[in-house]
Design a protein around this ligand. Structure first.
Ligand code: M6P
Ligand code: ZN
Length: 222
């Protein structure tokens, strides 16, 4: 008899039914209930949110190609806000789907557009991004070295398969706002991106964004 057949279960009483449900997965320290959040697309505000993180230039200084521009900016006492993340209150454990908005300022370091740090998932698993406001590009690179990119604009959803590192870049003049959802137990691995980077970066070119490898010293980003 299938475990999900309802008639016999309904005769087992409340306690038995809740035991059966608990046996289907890891036990929850607190009961989880469905909930809804409200999104403001232009700002990325997500209400209610239980965790907000902020990344400034100083938090990701080594990731930009133009280190002279980074030093100049930080040396002048400026530490621009690059992006803010706002999480919905989903416990970070396997079986759950984490989701959050990210709001990224427009701007560039040298000629390289503002971007997220970029990461692999510790436990290889996919992710879906949905553009809410602004104009951006997602760059993605697999552990095997394949590279891909997609535009991220309002009403566009981008799928990131397992084993693909991902980074989002604001190529517009307004904040880039997007929603992302992923396996809550995935974990963020920043180390490999910090060590090797992506093979291509996104630059402000004369006639629009350029997705390409860094030029030899003295070229792009100087
Ligand atoms: C998306 C998701 C988050 C991630 C955020 C910022 O919203 O992928 O998991 O934290 O972008 O990206 P990063 O962590 O690489 O800075
Ligand atoms: Zn991710």
């Amino acid at each position: 008899m299938p475990a999900f057949e309802t008639a016999p279960l309904s005769r087992m009483g409340d306690a038995k039914i809740s035991d059966a449900i608990r046996d289907n997965g890891p036990s929850s320290p607190t009961p989880e209930r469905p909930f809804a959040v409200t999104l403001d697309f232009p700002s990325g505000s997500l209400t209610p949110s239980n965790r907000i993180f902020v990344r400034k230039l100083s938090d990701m200084a080594r990731l930009f190609e133009d280190q002279e521009a980074v030093t100049r900016t930080l040396g002048s006492g400026e530490d621009p806000l690059i992006y803010v993340g706002r999480y919905a209150a989903v416990p970070e454990r396997p079986g759950n789907l984490a989701f959050l908005t990210t709001t990224m300022a427009p701007g560039a370091v040298g000629s390289e557009f503002y971007m997220t740090k970029g990461h692999h998932h510790v436990q290889d698993s996919g992710e879906v991004y949905l553009g809410l406001s602004g104009e951006g590009i997602m760059v993605m690179e697999s552990r095997e070295g394949d590279f891909a990119y997609e535009a991220l604009t309002p009403s566009v959803a981008v799928y990131v398969p397992p084993r693909w590192a991902h980074r989002t870049v604001n190529t517009g003049t307004e904040p880039l706002v997007f929603l992302a959802t992923y396996f809550a137990g995935a974990g963020h691995d920043y180390g490999s991106i910090e060590r090797t980077g992506f093979s291509r970066r996104v630059y402000r070119g004369a006639s629009g964004p350029e997705v390409r490898p860094p030029l030899p010293a003295g070229g792009a980003g100087q």
